[in-house]
Design a protein around this ligand. Structure first.
Ligand SMILES: C[S@@+](CC[C@H](N)C(=O)[O-])C[C@H]1O[C@@H](n2cnc3c(N)ncnc32)[C@H](O)[C@@H]1O
Length: 324
């Protein structure tokens, strides 16, 4: 049995009952964490994946951990205090990873993990204002030093921009009707609370009949993506991070919605020298220079046991590649 697998048998990743790292075993196996290696966790969150990586890279390993959410990092720091000598935690946007790595290490790294999206802590902490189920102030900033919040978007964007945003990032077919209802409500009184916005959306969508998800799910997702500019620059970030891997080093990315996963798939195909232009073969101008091997040809999804114990993992899609 590999040392990594042995360590994971004793490590459940669930010492914090509020957060269970998604696809933990798959992540650790794919990263091929080894003692003495240097790894990056670009989305530390509450440190679930980081903890498992740190346990597999001793002695002598180093982990560089980044998150744009200061509160999460503070919690992760407490959780990971046993490993403080092997860990550098940074409050930053992962899009600055090239700059960070240029400053911190002259060597290429062995593996990079990017677990995209929001953590269950962010989603459920009422004061963070992400959830349509709470009566908190509508906020949704991952980085609370950032100025604009979801309330700023909802109260200030022109109706057509609001509708486009809800359509594009929420894939919500009734985006125009929802935007119109939001504008009508904010003319009456500013929209400041999650529950107030959820109520406006529910009124528009209740005529839709039976629904499997809460009517506000898609609109809240759209606002969250917009507030945090989650898709902007993701393609460039993934390509530039790849440059910091050593030959044989692995990039592992977990996405939670199709918009993100499409971007990850495109970057991975490009790095593996495959066509991404969708033109007929005779017109294809893709460089087709293979810099990486795809480890996952199709996205991996959580195993049934994980789905049963952590239903929040259900939308996870994991992709991995190895630098040639
Ligand atoms: C799904 S959670 C990660 C959970 C983590 N793997 C764990 O085991 O606890 C995603 C985290 O990524 C962070 N994040 C999202 N976009 C980011 C960005 N552009 N730069 C830095 N951190 C980001 C969020 O603040 C959040 O804490």
């Amino acid at each position: 049995m590999r040392a990594t697998a042995r360590k994971l048998m004793t490590y459940t990743g669930n010492s914090d009952p509020g957060h269970t790292p998604v696809m933990l075993k798959e992540v650790i196996d794919l990263l091929q964490c080894r003692p003495g290696g240097t790894y990056v966790d670009a989305t530390v969150g509450l440190g679930g994946h980081s903890q498992a990586i740190l346990e597999c890279i001793q002695p002598g390993g180093q982990l560089i951990g980044i998150d744009r959410d200061k509160e999460s990092l503070e919690k992760a720091q407490v959780r990971l205090r046993r490993h403080s000598e092997s860990l550098r935690l940074l409050h930053d946007n992962f899009k600055n990873l090239p700059l960070i790595l240029n400053n911190l290490t002259s060597r290429p790294v062995d593996g990079i993990l990017v677990d995209l999206g929001v953590s269950s802590y962010q989603l459920t902490a009422p004061e963070r204002g992400f959830s349509f189920q709470s009566d908190a102030k509508l906020d949704m900033r991952m980085d609370r030093t950032q100025q604009w919040t979801a309330a700023d978007l909802v109260n200030n964007l022109p109706e057509t921009e609001l509708a486009d945003l809800i359509y594009r990032y929420g894939e919500e077919r009734l985006s125009r009707r929802i935007a119109a209802a939001i504008v009508q409500e904010r003319t009456r009184t500013p929209i400041t609370r999650c529950s107030q916005l959820a109520e406006v959306i529910s009124r528009v969508l209740k005529a839709r009949g039976h629904q499997t998800i809460h009517p506000a799910t898609r609109t809240f997702q759209a606002l969250r993506i917009a507030v945090n500019e989650e898709l902007e620059g993701l393609e460039g970030f993934l390509s530039r991070s790849f440059d910091f891997l050593r030959p044989g080093g692995r990039l592992v990315v977990i996405a939670f919605h199709s918009l993100e996963d499409r971007i990850v798939k495109r970057v991975f195909r490009k790095l593996a020298g495959q066509c991404v232009c969708e033109a007929p073969p005779e017109l294809c101008t893709c460089p087709r220079q293979a810099l990486a091997n795809l480890i996952t040809h199709r996205p991996m999804t959580p195993r049934p046991e994980e789905l049963a114990s952590n239903p929040r993992s259900r939308s996870a899609r994991l992709r991995s590649l190895e630098r040639r």
